[in-house]
Design a protein around this ligand. Sequence first.
Ligand SMILES: Cc1cc2nc3c(=O)[nH]c(=O)nc-3n(C[C@H](O)[C@H](O)[C@H](O)COP(=O)(O)OP(=O)(O)OC[C@H]3O[C@@H](n4cnc5c(N)ncnc54)[C@H](O)[C@@H]3O)c2cc1C
Length: 385
Amino acid sequence: MTETTDLAPVREAVRALCAAFPGEYWRALDRERAYPEEFVAALTKAGFLAALIPEEYGGSGLPMNAAAAIMEEIQASGCNGAACHAQMYTMGTLLRHGSAEQKKRYLPAIARGELRLQAFGVTEPTSGTDTLGLRTFATRDGDHYIVNGQKIWTSRAEHSDLMLLLARTTPREEAKSRTGGLSVFLVDMRAAKGLGLTIRPIRTMMNHATTEVFFDAMRIPADNLIGTEGEGFRYILSGMNAERILIAAECIGDTKWFIDKAASYARERVVFGRPIGQNQGVQFPIARSYIGMRAAELMVREAAALYEAGKDCGAEANMAKHLAAEASWAAADMCVQTHGGFGFAEEFDIERKFRETRLYTVAPISTNLILSYIAEHVLGLPRSY
Ligand SMILES: Cc1cc2nc3c(=O)[nH]c(=O)nc-3n(C[C@H](O)[C@H](O)[C@H](O)COP(=O)(O)OP(=O)(O)OC[C@H]3O[C@@H](n4cnc5c(N)ncnc54)[C@H](O)[C@@H]3O)c2cc1C
């Protein structure tokens, strides 16, 4: 499946921008676990982070496959889109379920780069993958909601103005359906910091700006509820397909980066009087990675096309994410092996990308849960959890 629209100009423009942010830039930030402010500012200024915002709100109104191409090229250039990818995938919830008033209030400012929507608060320490078991509670109080609870792994919260928050608004046992009783809010963190909102960074094995977030009687205007109270899980699920497609595209980009790096090194590195890439033991793993990447790429394109057509793409988005995350992790391992000792040297960037791409078989959804989804929803097997 070739790309249905000509995305070459978008791809070239992203590559050109990323060329100004080479390995040294990312290594320096990685050592300090610092946020890539200049990179995010450049992407914002060029309009890439507003790719999915409709033109009437100041964005470029591009389809999902263009957004996926942007994220892929960022990773394939050796950069790290994790610093800003959430703005792309949280957007779907606001676009599809936000009111006209909410879109008018937030989207143009996001498109102009004055507001960042980079934080997505779903996961909690006690419930983990069992999203329906989350405990953060928003209680209606006149024209506000009062929020109490805690999130974990809320990435980029310190570098975002807005957070898309999933909270319970009806106790689980009183909800009308199994998935009912959860609601989505757009939280203006600028107004809430110090007034019931506390953000604590979590240092991880890679530079990811992730945090834990505490809500202690944090007030949110009722106007910031997205859609209908109690329907939030459904809205988040539809947004998650976009998230899976975009993360899968990032993994494709990573896989391409590892393959390029490994193939170039295997052509040039001479041991025993010949290039190491002349040995099948070295070239086969690279070829295997390439095959895995191409197969995953096809599934990403299929999922993006279905998403864009407004069709159900749950299975394809999950399969795309699974194939692409497995491909990028396998390629990362292959790239280290191909480089021998140099694979571990910081200046080659491989160990950094290796740590970064490791995340994606765990987050935003872990491999087991994707397999469970396919078993239950595609193969009709009994629900296992
Ligand atoms: C760096 C980082 C950034 C993140 N960013 C965000 C973010 O911005 N916003 C956000 O909301 N979340 C974020 N997450 C959270 C991420 O989505 C979760 O870590 C992920 O979904 C797994 O949930 P968990 O960590 O609670 O694992 P758990 O749910 O505790 O699961 C642990 C392990 O058990 C397995 N498991 C659990 N239940 C089953 C079952 N029934 N069958 C088979 N296997 C099972 C899982 O597959 C997993 O391997 C981030 C996580 C990390 C590490």
